[in-house]
Design a protein around this ligand. Structure first.
Ligand code: GLC
Ligand code: MG
Length: 689
């Protein structure tokens, strides 16, 4: 009832309004409406007639439909000349909207997943003691790293992993952490860290921290509370009863040699340490400890770090039963079992529950990854040697994410047998075992392994960088590899590394020498005093950043060129990777993308002599092949017949060729791709195919 009254009233008002505004009078077919008005409200019209007539004239000109009653308007609007365009417009809008929605859905459905920053850039490892010393004490520091950020930009490297700089007694040079929430004074302070991070972000660089979940320093507050049996902390480490006279509750050995148990006088028990005795293993079976780790991860994520390199993850859990591990040689007298190679590590590595824990850490990182461009990256460190499957588990499952990738250390074995087929074998160890759809990665050096330039030989340095930067996936470059740095020689008296204290050949000092920036004092590492914590390599006058920057044919310039290529050319980032040939000398593979005319062929001679490679059987390759880049600059732009591609030992070629004929469809067993994508050249877009 109520609403009807309202409608009736408003109808009445409309009519009255119409009468006051005579504009409609002149409108076609408006007669009847005007008549109604004149009969209904004659008196009022008389009193205002003159005024209204004058205004009406003007009003009609300006607003012919203003105030027109609904009925009249409807009458007009239903005429074909209004109705038809209106309907056309209406359907046009409907169709366009539907088309837009459809196009959006199609684009989303057809686009291959976007690449994140860690797919695109190489990861550069900085060993902070050795990168750049800003205060002249002989040890590198955070301010030093900040001074050198442009070096990464020059190389087009956007991700920097910095080895530990937490407060530490430095028994294992920072891998023994006393306080995970503080910076060691040797490296600076928290403000230096925050300034470094801010400056890195300003420059578009990502900072990856090293994180050590397996152990702390024996000087950590938790360890002190644990050894005094504080009720909350007593189970923060792995303790067991043992005989103080022979503190070996079982045969487990430390990675640094000898028993992994040490008797603690204060508590009167033995504690486990899979590394140094000053690095007690945390008891990650204790949920409070796991929560502590999560809190620490959150602490640094909150500060804005872009990822973590998770240290020594396979050691995180140990079997609770503490049984002896089986000996590799069952006949070896047990007292001679002193190195990690003497035992099968069935109870001290890769225990059930390890991956669940890492996935929990990953989930925390995902919580911080929601903002666009703020993906937090995780890489795990686990040496599993011939047990590749164990390493691959760190990739997680299709449903549960874990590490973005576990470090691939297999190329570190390249020096064992420098040959084409061995290089192929090592590459294939990863490619053929990696779960499908995952992202590969390659490491040729780090702070724990001899520099590849020394172990493989200087002549292979360029070829190794060429391979590193043209394989599919993310390359990792240890500081100095971009200029071909080599190991320094260390005498027993110069040893700093605890791993080398008993046996100089096990020392990791040779690969940790100061970064070679220029030909000046201390290679530009420390420009203030004469101190350097390890000697500078004598080659520094020629092997350094400044000199190599000026030289187009230097290791550095080639690194920069290849890194530019892999980031700008789609076949390297998104394309197929196919083996073409491997023999005693040469390893050859190609990178191609469907729909992309340019493809790349790599021919790398890892052998000991020159080689002529015959690829005439590869019908997808054009007959003439032009070298885009050779590690031997004299051969740049050289043209080879595909039946006679010549390389010297240690020479690598990048050959660019044009064709739409693809290699992978006819050789599926030789090819890999993380995510299939095709290129639509006419519009320059990628789509799933
Ligand atoms: C990792 C580090 C190594 C360290 C060890 C113990 O393997 O790379 O340098 O000694 O963990 O933390
Ligand atoms: Mg452990």
């Amino acid at each position: 009832m109520c609403s009807r009254t309202k409608i009736e009233n408003s109808g009445q008002m409309e009519l009255e309004e119409t009468i006051r505004n005579p504009g409609f009078k002149d409108v076609d077919d408006g007669g009847s409406a005007a008549d109604t008005s004149s009969s209904g409200t004659g008196e009022r019209r008389d009193s205002t007639a003159v005024k209204l007539d004058a205004a009406a004239e003007e009003y009609t000109q300006l607003k012919p439909y203003a105030g027109m009653p609904k009925e009249v308007l409807l009458l007009h609007s239903s005429r074909a000349r209004y109705r038809v365009p209106r309907e056309i417009l209406f359907w046009l809008i409907v169709c366009c909207t539907l088309a837009l929605v459809a196009v959006t859905i199609t684009i989303i459905a057809l686009s291959p997943p976007c690449l994140s920053w860690w797919h695109i850039t190489p990861v550069y490892q900085v060993y902070p003691r050795s990168f750049r010393d800003s205060d002249g004490d002989g040890v590198g520091d955070l301010k030093g790293i900040k001074e050198k950020l442009d070096h990464f930009l020059d190389l087009n490297i956007k991700a920097v992993w910095i080895s530990p700089f937490y407060r530490s007694p430095m028994k294992d040079f920072g891998y023994d952490v006393e306080d995970f929430m503080d910076v060691d004074p040797l490296f600076g302070n928290m403000q230096d860290f925050e300034e470094l991070l801010a400056e890195m972000h300003n420059k578009g660089l990502k900072l990856i921290m090293d994180f050590i979940p397996n152990h702390t320093s024996d000087r950590h507050r938790w360890f002190n509370l644990s050894r005094t049996k504080d009720p909350h902390y007593k189970d923060y480490y792995v303790w067991t009863d043992c005989d103080p006279a022979s503190p070996k509750p079982n045969n487990w050995v430390s990675i640094f040699g000898n028993s992994s148990w040490t008797y603690d006088e204060v508590r009167g028990q033995c504690y486990l340490h899979q590394f140094l005795k000053e690095q007690p293993d945390l008891n990650l079976r204790n949920p409070y400890v796991v929560q502590e780790i999560i809190d620490l991860i959150s602490f640094w994520l909150e500060k804005g770090v872009d990822g973590f390199r998770m240290d020594a993850v396979k050691h995180m859990l140990e079997a609770a039963h503490l049984r002896d591990e089986p000996q590799v040689d069952p006949d070896m007298p047990p007292e001679l079992v002193t190195t990690e190679w003497d035992l099968y590590h069935d109870y001290t590595t890769s225990q059930v529950g390890l991956h669940d824990m890492l996935r929990e850490f990953r989930a925390v990182m995902d919580d911080y990854s929601r903002e666009p461009g703020r993906y937090r990256f995780m890489v795990t460190e686990s040496y599993d040697y011939e047990e590749v499957d164990k390493t691959m588990m760190y990739y997680g499952t299709p449903l549960v994410k874990e590490s973005d990738f576990p470090f691939n250390f297999y190329l570190l074995d390249l020096p064992q047998n420098t040959s084409g087929w061995w290089a192929k074998h090592l590459v294939d160890l990863w490619m053929s075992n990696m779960p499908s759809g995952k992202w590969p990665n390659w490491v040729v050096g780090n702070h724990d392994r001899p520099r590849i330039g020394s172990s493989a030989g200087r002549m292979y340095v360029r070829a190794i960088n060429l391979m590193l930067l043209t394989l599919p996936g993310t390359p990792t470059t240890y500081y100095g590899e971009e200029i071909g740095m080599e190991n320094i020689n260390i005498t027993q008296s110069q040893v700093q590394d605890p791993a080398g204290k008993y046996n100089v050949s096990l020392s990791r000092d040779p690969e940790r020498s100061p970064m070679q920036w220029n030909s000046e004092k201390n290679a530009g590492f420390n420009t203030q005093t004469n101190k350097t914590w390890l000697p500078v390599h004598p080659s520094y006058e020629t092997v350094n950043v400044e000199v190599q920057k000026e030289d187009e044919g230097s290791v550095l310039s080639q690194y920069r060129f290849l890194n530019g290529l892999r980031q700008s050319e789609l076949p390297f980032l998104r394309g197929w990777f196919c083996y073409v040939l491997s023999d005693t000398n040469v390893f050859s593979y190609l990178r191609e993308l469907d729909g992309h005319k340019e493809a790349y062929l790599m021919v790398i001679n890892f052998g000991r002599g020159s080689s002529t490679t015959d690829l005439s059987a590869v019908k997808e390759l054009p007959n003439e092949l032009r070298v885009l880049m050779s590690t031997n600059t004299a051969n740049n732009q050289k043209v080879f017949q595909k039946s006679r591609i010549q390389t010297e030992a240690g020479e690598g070629l990048v050959i660019r060729y044009s064709t739409y004929t693809r290699f992978h469809p006819s050789h599926p067993a030789q090819c890999y791709v993380s995510e299939k994508a095709c290129y639509l050249e006419t519009v320059g877009i990628l789509y799933k195919c």
